[in-house]
Design a protein around this ligand. Structure first.
Ligand code: BGC
Length: 288
């Protein structure tokens, strides 16, 4: 039997990464491709990169595309953007991707995508209770789950802590920019996660982003009530989660086109992860 594939794309401040994902395992079906983020990173310039990424692979004609984007996504549309060109605000990403590639596409916040990747295939697999997945990169992303259901677009990296936008002090980019030692950076992370923990009382905190591969340098220095673990999918989580959501959305759209599925039916995953039975998604945008 051929593998069920969806294509995941993770748009970041410095690179745009994509890979076909084998949905049975949550692993890349082929090696990932990375293209530097264009400067300026306008929607048109990025759409050209997305097409180039998709064209790199010999994808099945019906393979849907999931785009993980570094800003809050409300019904497919970017609300605001901290780390890419300001002209992204108000852009309908699934429509943009559909125009560029002709494929069914969904868009989801990058940290929410990473959280879904970790929840389905990684460090938070089958974990109930309140789970916080936090990504440390150019910014700080957050994905918050309650018993497997995502509360989308939580944006905890923009909490104001000690008079600062939290990600400006505690993101991985702050460590690099200010040349902080691991101890110095861990102190900032400790402050950030202590505030978040006081607000939300998570049962588990999963720390992702590229720096999570060096987790032994900073995670043991954190002292929180909840267990803190490194993301298992590391930086692949966004691509994998976005691809999984795209597959859900495409399957639901196909079901809706051919008949009404039983209410509450989960297609290839949980009904609680931002998909809707009629093929539209309340928290991730979709275009056929
Ligand atoms: C954005 C979030 C994003 C995070 C990580 C923040 O600046 O506002 O939406 O998830 O960076 O990319």
């Amino acid at each position: 039997m051929s593998k069920k594939i969806a294509f995941g794309i993770d748009i970041g401040g410095s690179g745009i990464k994509g890979a076909p994902v084998d949905l049975a395992t949550g692993e890349f079906a082929e090696e990932r491709t990375r293209i530097p983020t264009p400067d300026p990173s306008t929607p048109e310039a990025v759409a050209a990169v997305l097409l180039e990424l998709v064209d790199t692979y010999d994808l099945p004609a019906d393979a849907p595309i999931g785009v993980a984007f570094p800003g809050p996504i409300h019904h497919g549309t970017v609300r605001f953007i901290a780390n890419l060109d300001a002209s992204w605000a108000g852009v309908d990403i699934p429509a943009l991707v559909h125009r560029a590639t002709g494929r069914h596409a969904i868009a989801v916040n990058d940290a929410d995508a990473a959280g879904i990747g970790e929840l389905r295939y990684g460090a938070a697999r089958e974990t109930d209770g309140v789970v916080l997945v936090s990504t440390l990169g150019t910014g700080i992303g957050s994905a918050l789950f309650v018993d497997g259901a995502l509360l989308p677009n939580t944006e905890l990296g923009h909490l104001e802590i000690d008079g600062y936008d939290a990600e400006k002090r505690a993101a991985e980019s702050a460590r690099e920019r200010e040349n902080l030692s691991w101890d110095e950076w861990a102190e900032r992370l400790q402050r950030y996660f202590a505030v978040v923990e006081d607000l939300l009382s998570p049962d588990l905190i999963v720390v992702g982003g590229g720096v999570s591969k060096k987790h032994d340098k900073f995670l043991p220095k954190l002292h929180l009530r909840a267990p803190v673990v490194a993301a298992q999918l590391r930086n692949a989580a966004g691509i994998v989660g976005a691809a999984a959501l795209a597959a859900d959305s495409a399957a639901l759209a196909a079901l809706a086109a051919g008949g009404t599925p039983t209410e509450g039916t989960a297609v290839n995953g949980s009904p609680a992860l931002g998909t809707a039975v009629d093929g539209t998604a309340p928290t991730v945008g979709t275009v056929d």
